[in-house]
Design a binder for this molecule. Sequence first.
Ligand code: BG6
Length: 519
Amino acid sequence: MDTEKLSSKIAMNEIVNVNTPDFDIDPEKCLGVYDTDPCTIVIMGATGDLTVRKLIPALFNLYLNKGLPKRLQIVGCGRTELDDQQFRKKMENALMALDGKNRSKWLLFKDTIHYFSVDYDNLDSFIDLAEFLKNLDQKHKTQGNRIFYLALPPSLYQTVAQTIGQTGLAHENVNNNGWARIVIEKPFGRDLKTAVHLDQGLRKFFQEHQIFRIDHYLAKETVQNILMFRFANAIFEPIWNRRYIDHITITATETLGVEHRAGYYEQAGVIRDMFQNHMMQLLALTAMEPTSRFEANQVRDEKIKIFRSLRPFPVENLHDYLILGQYGAGTIDGNPVPAYRDEPNVNAKSLTPTFATMKAFIDNWRWQNVPFVLTSGKRLAQKRTEIAIQFKEVPHSIFRQTLGEAIVANRLILGIYPEEKVTLTFQTKQPGAKVCLRPVTMNFYYNQNYSGPILDAYEKVLIDCMLGDQTLFWRQDSVERSWAFLTPVLEECEDCHNREEMLHIYDAGSWGSNFSNIK
Ligand code: BG6
């Protein structure tokens, strides 16, 4: 076909295809009527914040969108003495304004919710719970399948896993049990040693395929989109490497301060709170090799290779690779906010970092010497989560004589928050007689041409637990590698004599500490 015919064909196609995409999407398939087994979700810590704010609303939403198995029971467990009615009322209040249709649905849904009071370290109370669950199974035909969701402080994870285990509830397919899964949220330890210790405690009773370690970042649609974007498009992968990419920045900044979590945050700081988990997952998804199939263990096998390839942090040269900061007083959205040290329950001389920028390298063929610059912090100018791929400049500019300046290199941004989007910046000619370049940005907004429901992170997590799909959960080997990379950094920062000097105080509402010594 000659080029003229070819271009007229393309032009025709463009006309014909306006507003009529030539690809088929089966909405049912994408929204998912999930093929989940009947089961009981047992929430430990059911009177706490997480249950009220996240878990029950997520379960109710799934119910409204027909995302739950037909035979599902929910059992809230806690130390407080409550009966079913009192617990249901508490949950109903948490759902806030239930209008007409939702209210009538709630009246149907609430009967699936029960309450059983337990003492977390008392075997007898768990033996009673086991009996209660057995009866519930028989009555509602939930086939002995159970999810134990630990909505509890991490200090209780081992104790509760142990009492569940000693009662025989962790055994699968024996004594009227079906499958048994345990769900925990970070922090998975506070360094390598404690992470290993926690795992040893869990593994006495649960095997790896039964343990679901949540990272809510992985349940974000746009984070999952990273793999689709990279591996369902042939055009990006060939340039996704050191030959074309100059550096990659991964940013997760927040305007929120420490809020009411000083007790936890004072012990954690930004590296444990954001880097060991969310930032490392974003890094792995951006850098990993394609798998043969999109399947939990294959994806996790590729991620662990990235964690294993992280160049050990040059702790002797920390200043060139890491900046730590802590917010001082400032202004957010026009309102004055206190310094971190003046927040309730924070030590007035606290040296806990609320901000960090870190430069990391991955020692493999694809990424040799490409800096990955990770930044996260609280009380910054804007809440923004994004991955920016900065490509290299053109090898030689034919316009240099006319323009007399370097050409701004291409940049691809995978936006996660506030705008869920993909943008590509490239150069075009500025219209007019003169030779001038004009950088333009091509935008794709994630919800463009889509009006269906979007799964909240906790809805996604709960569905995957019910399906037994561990793709979006941490596997212990990765938890350990991530800690192995960060523990020496934490030790160096926390034990060094100049800890105070290392900490830059920045104004709340600003863009944080000075990045000048890091690319
Ligand atoms: C949590 C951290 O894991 O993630 C919080 O403990 C942080 O400190 C939060 O605020 C950020 O999550 P998101 O989804 O708002 O970016």
